[in-house]
Design a protein around this ligand. Structure first.
Ligand code: ZN
Length: 310
């Protein structure tokens, strides 16, 4: 993959190829990771450090956009290999990196114990003295290059996005949705929002997307997966689908077999949109790529419905 503005894309190998990315930003011989996959991702992350001509000691920062385990599950394990790095995390996520007990329990409730062991491996605590809490507007300096952490709730309340002025792009974690390269077509990237459990908040997500767009970004670096351009069109696609997902959820609210109906309705929504986006995309291919995300989006919409009722 090409390296633009010193930004290296790393496949963390979580779940499948080209599903879960981490990034290494290199500036004047210093490095910063943005997100890091799981502890199984460690070899790929360290190989990238070497490929970029750096030593592990040259990495100053590990910035995690939020503490969901596909983004930050490997943070503790990676930090053990980066003697000079500090971990940058949202105020609501910091405690979970220092003591991951509740994080593991929460993820186990969503994914189940066997899946946690298989997919995430060991989740290692990060020593408190290596943790930097980034409030809204916090600036991380990488050899003088400014990386700005901006609070972006909606997918999760412990989520920030990182603005890189040098490349005029955002590292969006899960705030700017999911877009897989195998679904790219002549019309560009196909994108969907993520409402995965347990803190999906549609109004906050709309506002966060607007906040990202206010800087007129050149590109977005998504964790799932990679760099996308044409950000204004993609933002519009996300806004429309958040509203459509909320409408679907409300219609399903009181149905028996709510989960099954949600999965079917979300599948139909994304397939219809993919067809409209690019007629060469086969429905089966779309569903195969989005399989896991449809399941999680349905679960997260159910959480939102139940929370909304309380
Ligand atoms: Zn997430």
């Amino acid at each position: 993959m090409s390296v633009d503005h010193g930004i290296h894309t790393i496949d963390t190998a979580f779940q499948r190829d080209h599903f879960d990315a981490a990034y290494l930003i290199v500036q004047d011989g210093r490095g910063a990771f943005v997100d890091c996959g799981t502890s199984h991702s460690l070899p790929n992350l360290l190989a990238c450090v070497q490929r970029a001509g750096l030593q592990p000691a040259d990495v100053d920062w590990l910035i995690v956009t939020h503490v969901h385990l596909d983004h930050a599950g490997g943070a503790g394990a990676l930090m053990q290999h980066l003697p000079n790095a500090r971990l940058v995390v949202h105020p609501r996520g910091a405690q979970h990196m220092i003591d991951p007990t509740r994080l593991i329990a929460g993820a186990t409730a969503v994914y189940g114990e066997a899946e946690i062991a298989r997919s995430y491996g060991q989740i290692v605590p990060v020593p408190a003295e290596r943790v930097v809490v980034a409030d809204d507007g916090h600036c991380v300096l990488l050899a003088g290059r400014e990386l700005l952490c901006i609070d972006t709730p909606g997918h999760a309340r412990h989520h920030f996005c990182v603005w890189d002025q040098a490349s005029r792009s955002w590292f969006t974690g899960d705030t700017f949705g999911l877009s897989y390269r195998e679904l790219d077509g002549d019309a560009g990237a196909f994108i969907i929002p993520t409402s995965s459990p347990v803190q999906f908040e549609p109004e906050a997500l709309h506002a966060s997307i607007d906040r990202l767009m206010a800087r007129n970004p050149q590109a977005m670096y998504l964790t799932h997966y990679g760099r996308v351009e044409g950000t204004a069109r993609l933002a519009g696609d996300l806004h429309e689908q958040i509203d459509a997902m909320v409408a679907i959820a409300r219609q399903c609210a009181d149905l028996p077999e709510r989960h099954r109906v949600l999965v079917e309705a979300l599948s139909a929504l994304y397939v219809a949109r993919a067809r409209k986006h690019d007629r060469t995309l086969a429905d089966a291919e779309v569903l195969r790529a989005l399989d896991m995300d449809i399941e999680l989006n349905a679960q997260g919409l159910a959480c939102w419905l139940d929370r909304d009722k309380r």
